[in-house]
Design a protein around this ligand. Structure first.
Ligand SMILES: Nc1ncnc2c1ncn2[C@@H]1O[C@H](COP(=O)(O)OP(=O)(O)OP(=O)(O)O)[C@@H](O)[C@H]1O
Length: 459
């Protein structure tokens, strides 16, 4: 060999052996692309990782927060898939830096062209596809931090939280006919109820107790795992009509940002269908059965009557108490996590004790007649006032009578509709309270007279 050839051979050998090390010195950065399609992400110098569209969405949501707090100059805004929010991302070619555990990483948006991915190449017919990617660049020495178990899982988790908070929530109702395996058990509408715990008229201490209980449940994943219990909680709301049971459920759903599955038990034909609708509920939801005492004839004589009725109506429900109990806390109920089961009733005394025993319904909340504190919340809601010359009179009467928040709300609503001003609304309410007080007095007198007459007869 001539010396030149020798040099080239050794130089090539050297390059082959040390190229990677050299490359690391010249360019010590690695990057990973998270693409919009379900194809595996392209990785450079790293193990390929299978990402899905959901991952892309999560990363985009995460970056939406990061981009808006950084001062990247050229941003792109797109309507979020769910809800009214915007997804902000940087335009191609712009970088946005993110700090994680003292390490700086950079995200950029790139559009890559995959191709040819199919088609007739002989005819020049290639299927080149444009793909949007989020590219993460980091120093190779942080590979572990990024890939294995810290940064990317953190990005996905946070992204999921953002998507969850921005999504439009749903109110589901169950469908009757589940004959085919294709039939959908639930239909839904967007859930836009304006009630919050702030506008819910209730004793403040009890309200706080419920909010704390809900918060403890929401943050209790670790606890439920540790004690070996399914991550779910049962509430029983009971009280007379118009005391705010449905309003409370809306406030709960809004507070937790959960969906509501409103189960109409009379539409569920049998225990199998009940199980099926349960399987198809998602986590972070409230499963609601309103007026449970009227929904089903579950015990004794009524069950026999029901069996007879079924001879005439094949669609009559055959759901049994044990089917319902399985639904609440049997093995099937542990299918999903983070669910709250709520029953409401106007007559707690009519419920089967098995349904409401301890451990099944974790919390029983009595919704009762309007107290003065609850009235003050309603006055704030409807009249936007914290004080009024007639508050003293309201306080005096409201202690003596049973008036529901719904009735109080109705009087106060009059102000809004122009027929009455604020003063007149308050006077209307006082008139109503006086009337109820009078009626209660008449009823009490009549009851006392009847009791006296009965005692006389007995003698
Ligand atoms: N505690 C409350 N706080 C605020 N508003 C209330 C409250 N209770 C009742 N209301 C008002 O009265 C209306 C009826 O109340 P709601 O439907 O929640 O009562 P309910 O107890 O569920 O009645 P039912 O047992 O008949 O279903 C509500 O739309 C709301 O405007």
């Amino acid at each position: 060999y001539a010396p030149r050839q020798l040099f080239q051979t050794y130089f090539n050998l050297f390059l082959r052996r040390h190229a990677r090390r050299l490359l690391n010195v010249v360019d010590p950065y690695a990057f990973v692309e998270i693409a919009v399609c379900p194809a595996p992400a392209q990785t450079y110098g790293l193990q390929p990782v299978a990402f899905t569209d959901a991952t892309f969405e999560e990363v985009q949501a995460y970056l939406s927060g990061t981009c808006s707090r950084e001062d990247a100059r050229e941003l792109r805004a797109e309507g979020a898939k769910h809800g009214d929010g915007l997804v902000i991302s940087v335009k191609d070619g712009e970088d946005v830096a993110d700090e994680f555990r003292g390490v700086t990483l950079w995200w950029s948006s790139v559009t890559t062209v995959d191709g040819p991915t199919g088609g007739n190449h002989a005819n020049g017919n290639s299927n080149n596809q444009e793909r949007r990617c989020q590219r993460l660049t980091f120093h190779k020495r942080h590979r572990r931090l990024v890939m294995d178990d810290e940064y990317l899982p953190h990005v996905r988790r946070r992204g999921r939280e953002i998507l969850f908070a921005n999504r439009r929530r749903r109110l589901y109702t169950n469908n009757r006919n589940l004959d085919s395996y294709m039939s959908k058990p639930w239909s839904y509408v967007d859930f836009d109820h304006p009630t919050t715990f702030e506008t819910l008229a209730m004793d403040p201490a009890r309200k706080k107790e419920i909010v704390d209980d809900l918060d403890a449940f929401r943050n209790g994943e670790e606890y439920y795992k540790r004690v070996g219990k399914a991550w779910k909680r049962g509430y029983l709301l009971h009280g007379p009509p118009g005391t705010g049971k449905s309003t409370m459920i809306a406030a709960m759903a809004n507070h937790l940002k959960y969906d509501i599955y409103d189960v109409e038990l009379t539409m569920v034909r049998n225990n199998n269908d009940l199980r099926r609708i349960l399987i198809e509920t998602t986590s972070k939801s409230i499963i609601l059965i309103e007026h449970i005492d009227c929904s089903l004839d579950l015990t004794g004589e009524r069950a026999k009557k029901k069996a007879a009725a079924q001879l005439y109506d094949p669609y009559a429900s055959t759901v049994t108490l044990s089917g319902l109990l399985n639904f609440i806390d049997g093995l099937w109920s542990a299918l999903g996590s983070e669910r709250i089961v709520v029953f409401t009733t106007n007559h707690i005394d009519k419920l089967d004790p098995a349904l409401i025993r301890r451990g099944r319904m974790d919390k029983k909340i009595e919704m009762s007649y309007c107290s003065f504190d609850a009235f003050k919340t309603l006055a704030k809601n409807y009249l936007d006032i914290d004080a009024h010359r007639l508050f003293g009179a309201v306080e005096e009467h409201i202690r003596e009578v049973e008036i529901t928040p719904a009735d109080v709300a109705e009087c106060l609503m009059e102000a809004k509709h122009g027929r009455y001003g604020e003063d007149a609304s308050m006077e209307l309410l006082i008139g109503e309270l006086k009337k109820k007080r009078e009626e209660a007095k008449v009823a009490a007198d009549a009851a006392a007279k009847a009791a006296a007459a009965a005692a006389k007869r007995e003698k």
